[in-house]
Design a binder for this molecule. Structure first.
Ligand SMILES: Nc1nc2c(ncn2[C@@H]2O[C@H](COP(=O)(O)OP(=O)(O)OP(=O)(O)O)[C@@H](O)[C@H]2O)c(=O)[nH]1
Length: 177
């Protein structure tokens, strides 16, 4: 715990959705569910009250590959993931904007919305999210640049709330790639 913290960057490995680990009570628990529990603890901690949070969804490269082999519903939190897939979807070039997103892109947006809804229900605030490939330095730099921008916005933010445009619904706004 530190004083003068401007924002919290919380990292989650996307590829954890089919992994298991022992929780504090010694029970085998899905690692994404463990991340969610830890996220809930940090988000509701009084030290971070009213603080901006940036969720980094890391290992997007591994995740895209894994999604082709292992269903996201392996994680109980994601049991309602039923994407509508185009037969002409592309799996490559995940950074491009296209109208046929890969399964990995659909799934990562779904996970971002899950965390955004959870965060909003706990704090009434908006969660910022960034998809990251941690082994690509430019990708990490872009996420950190996004974090600096959020801090700047929050310094400049007037004392009234402004509704923001979102293509993913209110809870799912502010999604960085
Ligand atoms: N492919 C890929 N590997 C990554 C990425 N980010 C980190 N890594 C690699 O992941 C490894 C370490 O990450 P983890 O195994 O998650 O480390 P950890 O948090 O100590 O692991 P656990 O506590 O067991 O979950 C290192 O080998 C990193 O190089 C990424 O975005 N993509």
């Amino acid at each position: 715990m530190f004083e003068d913290v401007g924002m919290v960057i919380f990292c989650v490995s996307l590829s954890d959705y089919d992994q298991f680990s022992l929780d504090g009570n010694g029970s085998l628990t899905n690692k994404m569910v463990l991340s969610r529990k830890f996220f809930e603890t940090i988000v509701t901690h009084p030290t971070f009250d009213q603080m901006d949070f940036l969720l980094i969804l890391n290992k997007f490269d591994q995740f895209e590959k894994k999604m082709e082999q292992v269903s996201l519903t392996q994680c109980e939190w994601f049991s309602d993931f039923h994407p509508v897939i185009s037969r002409h979807r592309s799996n490559s070039n995940s950074n491009s904007i296209n109208h046929n997103p890969s399964l990995g892109q659909l799934a990562s947006h779904y996970i971002a919305v899950k965390f955004k809804r959870l965060y909003s229900s706990l704090t009434g605030r908006k969660l910022y999210v960034s998809l990251v490939k941690g082994l690509e330095p430019d990708n990490v730099d872009a996420a950190l640049k996004y974090a600096r921008e959020i801090m700047k916005w929050s310094e400049e933010r007037p004392n009234f709330s402004v509704s923001e445009y979102s293509i993913y619904s209110t809870e799912a706004s502010s999604f960085s790639h």
